[in-house]
Design a protein around this ligand. Structure first.
Ligand code: 5GP
Ligand code: MG
Length: 236
């Protein structure tokens, strides 16, 4: 019997000399962090993240570029965790994560948080497998009691703001002491609702991104980086 063909894999990071060089020129602060610190009251398009590397060869027809590499994600999530630890020290914290896109971000963020907390999930999904947001349906309800507690609502990406605004409308009547919003990615240019996140990993331009938990038609969630989906995949 012949040996099975090796499975197609992508490397954990995308080490290309050009990517390493361009990352080296990046400022210490991500745009979102600089914004939080008031250094850039307004982000202009040149301050948003730009694709920095080519994706692994096996994905080149599907993923146009790597927007945020695995090491860069790790660095930024670690910094977010430090801030959340400080802000929630001594509080009765309940982390409420939205399924399914937060899976990777949440796992890495939680591992970085060394303070007592409870964890629960709300399942929310939009009809259709495309890139346009459809009607929202709730696929799992919150089970934990959040009354009088501090909720940290975690989502993968804040786009129009419709999802988070619907979820906030569900959470507020449960009378938590406070609700703070934490998202890995923010596309400020697409906002329709008056929603701002308290903790933002990266502010990104208006690309449809996949990987690190984010999907297109339920694929690409397992990529270890955030990449820009080739528009030919959804424009065809
Ligand atoms: P919003 O309701 O803010 O418009 O969108 C939030 C949800 O839309 C996210 O939780 C995510 O599921 C989806 N979404 C928005 N932009 C993107 C994107 O660029 N890529 C992926 N994969 N999902 C997105
Ligand atoms: Mg989502």
């Amino acid at each position: 019997m012949s040996a099975p063909a090796p499975a197609r894999r992508w490397p954990l990071t995308c080490p290309r000399p050009s990517a390493i060089r361009s990352n080296a020129r990046l400022p210490d602060l991500e745009p979102a962090a600089a914004k939080e610190l008031g250094q850039n009251a307004l982000l202009n398009s040149s301050q948003l993240l730009k694709p920095s590397a080519k994706p692994p060869q096996v994905l080149r027809n599907e993923i146009e570029s790597v927007l945020i590499s695995a090491p860069r994600l790790a660095r930024r999530i670690n910094a977010l965790a430090r801030r959340i630890e400080t802000d929630f020290a001594g509080r009765d914290l309940v982390v409420v994560a939205l399924l399914n896109g937060t899976v990777m971000f949440l796992a890495d963020l939680l591992r970085g948080l060394s303070l007592p907390l409870r964890l629960d999930f709300i399942g929310v999904s939009s009809y259709g497998a495309g890139i346009r947001p459809g009607d929202l349906i709730f696929t799992k309800e919150l089970r934990l009691d959040v009354r009088g507690r501090d909720v940290l609502l975690v989502d993968d990406i804040l786009d129009t703001g419709r999802t988070i605004s619907r979820v906030m409308a569900k959470l507020r009547p449960l009378e938590p002491r406070d609700i703070k919003i934490c998202v890995l990615l923010d596309k400020p240019s697409r906002r329709e609702e008056r929603i701002n996140a308290d903790y933002v990993g990266f502010a990104i331009p208006n690309h449809f991104v996949v990987g690190y938990g984010l999907d297109y038609a339920e694929r690409y969630r397992n990529l270890p980086f955030v990449g820009v989906l080739h528009p030919q995949l959804y424009k065809a």
